[in-house]
Design a protein around this ligand. Sequence first.
Ligand SMILES: Cc1ncc(COP(=O)(O)O)c(C=O)c1O
Ligand SMILES: N[C@@H](CCCC[NH3+])C(=O)O
Length: 438
Amino acid sequence: MTTPTEASAPRLPGQPFFHYRDAQLWVEDVSVSALARAHGTPLFIYSQGAMLSALDAYRRGLAGREALICYAVKANSSLAVLQTFVQAGCGLDIVSGGELIRAVRAGADPRRIIFSGVGKSRADMRLALELGIGCFNVESLPELDVLNEVTSLLGRRAPVSLRVNPDVDARTHPYISTGLKDNKFGIAHDQALDAYRHAASLPGLEVVGIDCHIGSQITEEAPYLDAMDRVLDLVAAVEADGIALRHIDFGGGLGIDYQGETPPAADALWARLLQRLDQRGFGDKALLIEPGRSLVGNAGICVTESLYVKHGAHKHFLIVDAAMNDLPRPAMYEAYHAIVPVELLDRPSHVYDVVGPVCESGDWLGRDRRLAVASGDLLAVCSTGAYCMSMASNYNTRGRAAEVLVAGNQTQVIRERETVDDQLRLEHGLAPALRPRT
Ligand SMILES: Cc1ncc(COP(=O)(O)O)c(C=O)c1O
Ligand SMILES: N[C@@H](CCCC[NH3+])C(=O)O
């Protein structure tokens, strides 16, 4: 059997951290098949180098400014991933009490954590206040009142920023667009000034900033510039009303290359946005941003073994051991992830629907993919560092995958494979009184 060379290698997002060497896929200086043999599949493998390189692009773009990059925990919440960003100097953006506890366990300074989200509970607010959180991004008038109540019970003041909804089309998938007036997020642009007046009148709140986040997987510069203009209009109006704003938070949302998309690089985007900020006279404001996907999305792959090659009457199916519970994005958003062989082998190629073992027709990972594979071969599902493991479930009582982090030639298991016992740990069998009589 001949072995094709890199010349015939498929397109691979995440280069140069993921690359072919001698017709084998490598993550930094570690062979993917060696990791899969050691830890089994499905297996998420992350490149720490890719994460830090993505972070550097933001740092270059924001150099010389008072700016805090708050990594959006929801994109990939693994402790070791959070620690990577925290130890590199980032703050964190969280949306729940659970994420707050994770963030603190990862060693984040609570003052560098911002709390976003439309539905913060009183308990989550209390915990965040007790820990001394940096800022609450408040998303509605009733939330302002509840936060004020919670602060008065604790005898503290809460630093708040209002998340405004600028009604800008991020031109992304409708499920991940958040800045349109029909979306549940943020305070409508034309209600924002009144909301600021109300916030400033509440004794338990200290107004410190303004926030917006218009959506995710944004691949153009224009929606950011539009949102910035709309937010700066509000900053001017709020400050003219006598309410000072120390910072502007521009959210996250920058897209990545899944299928040949060409989003602006973070440094180029920020050079443009800062230019606009300066032109409009707000260059002295402190900045916060909340990137998630663009820091981790192309820093991860999910390695899966092909179980069966099934030649159906009308279609070829490749049944693999990863599924929608591990990789929910195709089922949820019809999202595309490149799927590539871990070893470039000379096999007959077919056009396959790549599907998982879960009992749902929606359990597909890729459609109409030409692949040269046989059962037992390993495949890598690319661009799976963001919104995959953090959205994984136990559907069909499937344990969540293991995760490995690679840095150069060093590797570490950062999450063990979940067992059935792990899943059953919180369940209780039927008590005698509830057992049906036969
Ligand atoms: C409030 C908020 N901040 C930040 C993010 C991170 O977005 P992304 O991963 O697209 O950068 C999200 C998710 O879209 C979000 O809802
Ligand atoms: N889960 C979405 C992104 C949601 C962003 C959260 N506001 C995705 O996988 O693309």
